[in-house]
Ligand binder design. Structure first.
Ligand code: SAM
Length: 217
């Protein structure tokens, strides 16, 4: 698939939509402007790629809405050299946005089919991350601590294991709520391991499965 002038124009339109909706981070907007989101869609659905909406990617999962990706990425404060854990690789789109910021990305996906697909697809576009398959609700203690942990599925509560895996100054961004709606939460680990919790808008995510999520599927 090619990244034509038309696609680049549609992407600029998407960036403008995100600015209108309140996304302020220039780094994040630049990243959205670079990643060819239409590469993540089957040919038949390419016209949906630059609309600000989530879209099915198979396996009962979705590629997140661009506004949600931008909002969560902005909250992580990630930038060049940040070590980031993404929980819920899915299509890999969010992972590409983090890579465009210059972050080192560890990404874990529960679903084996999506894991296999995405760990091959992203490198084919030149995006290199560390891909894992398993239950990300437990985090990745072997690779901790992280500057940021970004959860892209809705959790019933904030898993303590994830908070423990933050560096001092690190941030956990996680949607928490029931199966219909979740509040976006940011936990920042301050000096002396003091935790600061901030609550943002409502979102609607697919459920976080696993031990510290909603359990096995
Ligand atoms: N970040 C993705 C993207 O950019 O396309 C969106 C991901 S989708 C909204 C949420 C993903 O979280 C799904 O692929 C789902 O299989 C995955 N997931 C759910 N529970 C998980 C868990 N415990 N560990 C890892 N991944 C999980």
């Amino acid at each position: 698939m090619e990244d034509s002038y038309r696609h680049k124009g549609l992407r600029r339109g998407l960036v403008n939509t995100l600015i209108e909706k309140g996304i302020k981070s220039k780094m994040v907007l630049d990243a959205i402007g670079k990643v060819p989101r239409h590469f993540f869609f089957d040919n038949a659905f390419v016209e949906h790629a630059y609309q600000d909406k989530a879209f099915p990617i198979g396996e009962d999962q979705t590629i997140s809405q661009p506004y949600t990706v931008a909002f969560q990425t902005q909250l992580t404060g990630a930038g060049s050299g940040s070590k980031v854990l993404e929980i819920g690789t899915g299509s890999g789109y969010q992972c590409c946005i983090l890579l465009e910021l210059g972050a080192e990305v560890y990404t874990i996906e529960y679903n084996k089919v999506l894991y296999e697909r995405t760990r091959k697809f992203l490198p084919s576009m030149g995006y290199k991350a560390y891909f894992f398959q398993g239950d990300g609700s437990k985090g990745m203690p072997n690779f901790a601590p992280f500057d940021a942990i970004l959860v892209t599925a809705g959790a019933p509560t904030i898993p303590t294991a994830l908070v423990e895996q933050l560096k001092p100054g690190g941030r956990l961004v996680i949607p928490v709520g029931d199966d219909k709606s979740q509040k976006m939460i940011r936990i920042t680990k301050k000096e002396g391991n003091k935790l600061v919790k901030e609550t943002f808008d409502n979102f609607s995510f697919v459920p976080l499965l696993g031990e510290h999520g909603w359990g096995k599927k």
